[in-house]
Structures are given as structure tokens and as C-alpha cells.
Design a protein around this ligand. Structure first.
Ligand SMILES: *Cc1c(COP(=O)(O)O)cnc(C)c1O
Length: 369
């Protein structure tokens, strides 16, 4: 059963806004090419719908996290460059090669296996993307492995280095000294390797200035409308809107509590609207008693805990004819910016996007304007 017109909520994904966001990022890069990060099903929003839109904007390089994501993308875009952040598990090199996919090489073992596979095919040297760890302590060659690679350059025999990359830990904080430290480390480590194009900037990194651009931008979240410059107005167009409808109203005229744990107490009188979206749908439980929704332009608080399939809103501030069963409620977007909700729920917009659930009716529109 797939979500239909009977779904409790509709998720609208503005493909025109994604296209505009790609162009905005490309402009910000001022001539440096711009790849697109579409891991996690394009941050939960739908790879099959979004990847072709980016390709039509001229994007020809894509990053995903896993081999399965890469194989799905390869079916959608037969000729794009596709790189896989998590690298190739031992034994999967042939699948990468057969589908013209690039594993991001994160350690010396991965480099060795990719080079060996390349030599075993007796053809053109395979392209290689090498990830240098400059401060995430996550993926990539740490400085000691980069030095070893420099000392033993034959490790790259059979490979053609097409990209050297690293990843910023604090890019959304322009004043964080970690950014410059990582850039300096990146320059020092890549100087050890054969000359190759470089990439450092994620969405926020693109807004740190030219020194962070190198030869390829690698934005993800900003494509999907999330503000890459949290201290400034959002330069990106809004992509995601989530709407639902009131399914029941309760006029309370004596002291009473709302929801599980009786966490919200009504002192004397209130009007409570129930909306059919819950944590199953990715409306985080941590938003209970904290977040707000909007009816028209009026913000109404989420009161009580978030249930599995329902939330409750205090709509007392609205005139009775503005909150009826069937009245539209906006949960994300417009008067409810996703960044603000994320902060109230103790998380980041990335997590809210990625968790938006399968029960919503998903509507892809070409342009809101
Ligand atoms: C996810 C990811 C990106 C994109 O980051 P955003 O902050 O979403 O722009 C870029 N590079 C790497 C290595 C990533 O894992």
C-alpha cells in the first residue's frame, strides 16, 4: 500500500527550488565546478526525482554514501561521475568497476585493492579518489598513512588520481579556527601526493570563501533548502513543505491534561486540535511541548507529547471558524522553518529531512512560483 490522497499529510518537494539552489551554489563557487551530494536517498527527499533535475542543471558529478545508492543512481544517470564516500568493501571492487563507479579510497588497504583490481583488468588505469582525514577522525587517510603513501608511490601504480578530498568539521561556524587548521593540513597532506584536483567544501564550506573552493564543491544539505550560513539569512530557496489537516477538536472548559505522561496541563479553558502526524512520520518526539505549527500565518504551539501517529496543537488563539476539522496545518516550511524546528527538537535540519517518513503523500512540483 503506498501513501495516497488519503494520507494524513502531504510532503511537497519543490524540484524547481532544488534547481535554483544548485545554480546559487554554482554561482557562489564562481566558476569552480559543483558536484551534488545525494546520499541517503537525496537526504530523504527522493533520489529518482531529484538526481535528474540536478543533471539537467549541468551537474555531472555526484556523491553517495553506499554502493547500493550508487547502483541506483547509475541506473538513473548512465554517464555521470558517481563516487561513493564509504569506499569499497573488500571484494566489491569488480562491481564498482563494472558500473563505472568510483570508491572514495579511505585507507591504504582500499588503495591497494583498487590498484590491484585495476592492474588485473589490463586496461586504462582506474580513476582514484583519495580522502585525506584532516580532522574528522572518521574516514580518510590519517597523516601517517598519507606520509606512507608519499614514501611508497608505487602504491598508486595502476591508478590515475582524479580527486583528493577532505571534509570540514565546523564549516557552518565561519569564525571557528578549525576551518583554517583543516585547510592548512589539507594543503600539507595533498602536497605529498601526485598533483590532482582537490575538494574540501560541503554546503557551508562553499560560503567560507575562495580558499575553500579548490577544484570542486561538494554541497548536500543546501541543495535541499537548509541554511548553510546559520548566522545569516538563508540564501537558499525553500524546498520542503509539510502540510496536514486537523482531524479532531476538543473544547476544554475545566482543568485537564493533554497526551501521554499528562505533560501539558490546561488550567481552565483551551481548544486543542489533533493532527495525524507523529514520530512514526519523523515528527521527532523531542518536539513535544516545544515546537509549533502554523495555521495560515498564525503559529500554534504543539502541546503534550508527540504520539506515534498524532500531535496535539493549542489553537485557542484562533477564531473558532479558523480551526475546524479539515483545516490545513503547516508543520514544516513557511512560518515553520525547518532549522528552527530542529533547534527546538535538539537536533539539526539534516536529521529532520532524512527522517521524513514513508506515510506522507509525496508531491513533487516543478516550481512553487
Ligand atoms: C555529507 C557530506 C557532504 C555534504 O555535506 P553538507 O553539509 O550536506 O553539504 C560532503 N562531503 C562529505 C564527505 C559528506 O559526508
Amino acid at each position: 500500500m503506498s501513501p495516497s490522497d488519503h494520507a494524513g499529510a502531504a510532503l511537497t518537494i519543490d524540484l524547481g527550488a532544488i534547481a535554483r539552489n544548485y545554480r546559487t551554489l554554482r554561482d557562489q563557487l564562481g566558476g569552480t565546478p559543483c558536484a551534488s551530494v545525494v546520499k541517503g536517498n537525496a537526504y530523504g527527499l527522493g533520489l529518482a526525482e531529484i538526481a535528474p533535475v540536478l543533471a539537467r542543471q549541468g551537474c555531472d558529478s555526484f556523491f553517495v554514501a553506499t554502493l547500493d545508492e550508487a547502483l541506483e543512481l547509475r541506473r538513473l544517470l548512465p554517464s555521470a561521475t558517481i563516487a561513493v564516500f564509504n569506499g569499497a568493501a573488500a571484494g566489491s571492487e569488480a562491481i564498482f568497476a563494472d558500473h563505472d563507479l568510483l570508491p572514495v579510497l579511505n585507507d591504504l588497504g582500499q588503495i591497494e585493492r583498487w590498484a590491484a583490481h585495476s592492474r588485473s583488468r589490463n586496461g586504462e588505469p582506474f580513476k582514484a579518489v583519495v580522502h585525506l582525514d584532516t580532522g574528522m577522525c572518521r574516514l580518510g587517510l590519517p597523516p601517517c598513512e598519507a606520509s606512507r603513501l608519499a614514501a611508497e608511490p608505487q602504491r598508486l601504480d595502476g591508478l590515475r588520481l582524479v580527486l583528493v578530498m577532505s571534509h570540514l568539521a565546523c564549516a557552518e561556524q565561519p569564525d571557528n579556527p578549525m576551518n583554517a587548521v583543516q585547510r592548512t593540513t589539507f594543503d600539507a597532506l595533498r602536497a605529498l601526493l601526485p598533483a590532482a584536483p582537490a575538494s574540501l567544501a560541503n554546503s557551508s564550506g562553499i560560503f567560507l570563501g575562495r580558499q575553500y573552493h579548490y577544484h570542486l564543491g561538494r554541497p548536500g544539505v543546501a541543495l535541499y533548502g537548509v541554511n548553510p550560513t546559520p548566522d545569516k539569512p538563508n540564501p537558499m530557496a525553500e524546498v520542503v513543505r509539510l502540510h496536514s489537516k486537523i482531524i479532531q477538536l476538543r473544547d476544554v472548559d475545566r482543568p485537564q491534561t493533554v497526551g501521554y505522561g499528562a505533560s501539558h496541563r490546561i488550567a481552565a479553558h483551551a481548544r486543542i486540535a489533533t493532527v495525524p502526524v507523529g514520530y512514526t512520520d519523523g515528527y521527532l518526539r523531542s518536539l513535544g511541548d516545544r515546537a509549533f505549527a502554523a495555521i495560515g500565518d498564525v503559529r500554534v504551539p504543539v502541546v503534550g507529547r508527540v504520539s506515534m501517529d498524532l500531535i496535539t496543537l493549542d489553537v485557542t488563539a484562533l477564531a473558532p471558524d479558523q480551526s475546524l476539522p479539515g483545516t490545513t496545518v503547516q508543520l514544516i516550511g513557511g512560518a515553520c522553518p525547518i532549522e528552527e524546528l530542529a533547534a527546538l527538537g535538539g537536533t539539526i535540519a539534516y536529521e529532520i529531512l532524512n527522517r521524513l517518513g514513508p506515510r506522507f503523500q509525496r508531491r513533487y512540483i516543478e516550481d512553487a512560483a
